[in-house]
Design a protein around this ligand. Structure first.
Ligand SMILES: *[C@@H]1O[C@H](CO)[C@@H](O)[C@H](O)[C@H]1NC(C)=O
Ligand SMILES: *[C@@H]1O[C@H](CO)[C@@H](O)[C@H](O)[C@H]1NC(C)=O
Length: 452
């Protein structure tokens, strides 16, 4: 007796990945949290082979046999030159590439997909899902406010207008105080080349999320910012689901050993005494700022752990040797574990959303040096909404600016106050993912939506 094939199964979920920067690992973390709540679902993770191989190699995917990678676009040119060019090249053909891959998998397995999950950037997924008559669940890897500004793009463009208006306050938007400035916005919203593919992509995303998404999920929690959450829920007609912080329930992929002994090294330090420094997996600082920060650490004698992906030649001469008794420089660090260690007193960060969230759950205040995308906006919220960190003076590292910021965070009264406030948020984050917490409830609701 053969089973009827070709029936739509809510248990089969197609996942479309935006295969750049930290997007794939964040989306995979989201899919894993759904998988943990619904172990009988099967997920096909459609992505470029290079991102598939780094996420699914080794023990990274152990315990998740129901999440299978599927490589799209053989022969996508290897990364050379400008990352934006890569994104444009990809995006140009992404819709038909994904559609074809979905058809291939359905033909191979004899099962139709019952739900489409995609990175929010991939707005065209709405049309694919519509054609397939299945729900579109979309995932935004940032926080509430950074999504809201994409939804409000038209009004922002109308009110702020052309370059030269960088200092204009954003208080014409609900839930934005006059401490937010136009210069805090991602370039794609007002001041960049608004005709670029990327700018058009995020603009379109704002529209599609409102009009066509079944669910918009984000890796944040309601009490991180109640007012903005409420506003965003109104804008998204209650399709918003907050499932974070995901790293409290699903380890960041892939799991790697602490082979440099960072945690042991931290064990030897006093509580809240070490500066942990990292600028994200794809970010590096200009050489002059690397040198300035290094000089500050050296001269101020601050204990530091630096997850460093740049060029060591940018360090001042003799820096590594001179600071070997107070500092540790490693090529990779398990950030969640490090920020959760009691010896870490401050996180020097580029203000990517995952980094902020990990700092919050570790109870660690921040010194921010935002670089691009939503990082300036995140920085502003860190400073003026949550008051759990400070921007580096002038927005770039100088030796004196860095010494001042480190002293404040590690020893002065401001540092203690920030630590207290971040501790309150940490508590709220833990409650959110706890058994009756809002994020846990939202995740359950999401599983029901996918199954129905
Ligand atoms: C994805 O990458 C993994 C790990 O490198 C590999 O084993 C697997 O064959 C790849 N999947 C596809 C569909 O190419
Ligand atoms: C953080 O550390 C505490 C113990 O100090 C532990 O119970 C908790 O699981 C850790 N959290 C993470 C996310 O590693």
């Amino acid at each position: 007796m053969s089973q009827k094939v070709e029936s739509t199964s809510p248990q089969n979920v197609a996942v479309l990945v935006f295969p750049f920067t930290s997007h794939p690992s964040s989306l995979l973390q989201f899919v894993r949290s759904i998988s943990a709540a619904a172990p009988d679902m099967k997920f096909t993770f459609f992505s470029l082979s290079r991102s598939n191989s780094s996420l699914f190699s080794g023990s990274g995917n152990r315990g998740f046999d129901n999440i299978k990678p599927y490589n799209v676009w053989d022969g996508f040119p290897e990364g050379s030159g400008n990352p934006l060019e890569q994104i444009e090249l990809f995006f140009d053909r992404a819709a038909c590439t994904f559609e074809k891959a979905i058809e291939e998998v359905e033909a191979e397995t004899g099962h139709k997909f019952g739900c489409l999950i995609s990175d929010a950037f991939l707005w065209f997924s709405s049309d694919i899902a519509k054609k397939m008559h299945i729900p579109w669940v979309t995932y935004w890897i940032g926080e509430q406010r950074s999504l809201l500004v994409h939804i409000e793009t038209d009004i922002i463009r109308e009110k702020v207008g052309a370059p030269g208006q960088e200092d204009k306050t954003l208080d014409f938007l609900p839930v934005f105080s006059d401490e937010f400035r136009a210069s805090d916005l991602p370039k794609e919203i007002v001041f960049g080349n608004l005709e670029s593919l990327f700018a058009r992509m995020v603009h379109k995303m704002g529209e599609k999320l409102q009009q066509q998404a079944t669910v918009v999920a984000i890796n944040s929690f309601e009490t991180m910012d109640l007012k903005v959450t409420e506003e965003l829920k109104k804008r998204l007609l209650n399709k918003l689901i907050l499932v974070g912080p995901l790293h409290l329930t699903q380890p960041v992929v892939p799991d790697r050993d602490d082979k440099d002994g960072c945690l042991q090294w931290l064990d030897k330090h006093k509580p809240a005494s070490v500066a942990y420094i990292s600028f994200g997996s794809s970010g590096t600082l200009p050489p002059i700022e690397v040198a300035a920060l290094a000089e500050a650490l050296d001269e101020g004698g601050f204990p530091f752990l630096w997850s460093f992906r740049g060029n060591k030649e940018d360090f001042p001469k003799g820096f590594v040797d001179r600071t070997s008794s107070i500092g540790k420089i490693v090529p990779w660090a398990n950030q969640v574990q490090i920020l959760n260690h009691s010896s870490v007193g401050v996180f020097v960060t580029h203000c990517g959303w995952n980094s902020i969230l990990e700092s919050v759950t570790g109870g660690v205040p921040m010194i921010g040096r935002p670089v691009f995308a939503d990082q300036n906006l995140n920085m502003r919220s860190v400073e003026v909404v949550w008051k759990i960190g400070a921007r580096i003076e002038g927005g770039v590292f100088t030796k004196t600016g860095a010494i001042k910021a480190l002293e404040q965070a590690l020893s002065l009264e401001q540092g203690k106050e920030m630590r207290h406030r971040v501790g309150v948020l940490k508590q709220l984050a833990q409650e959110a993912v706890g058994s009756d917490g809002r994020s846990a409830e939202d995740l359950k609701a999401l599983v029901e939506i996918i199954k129905s």
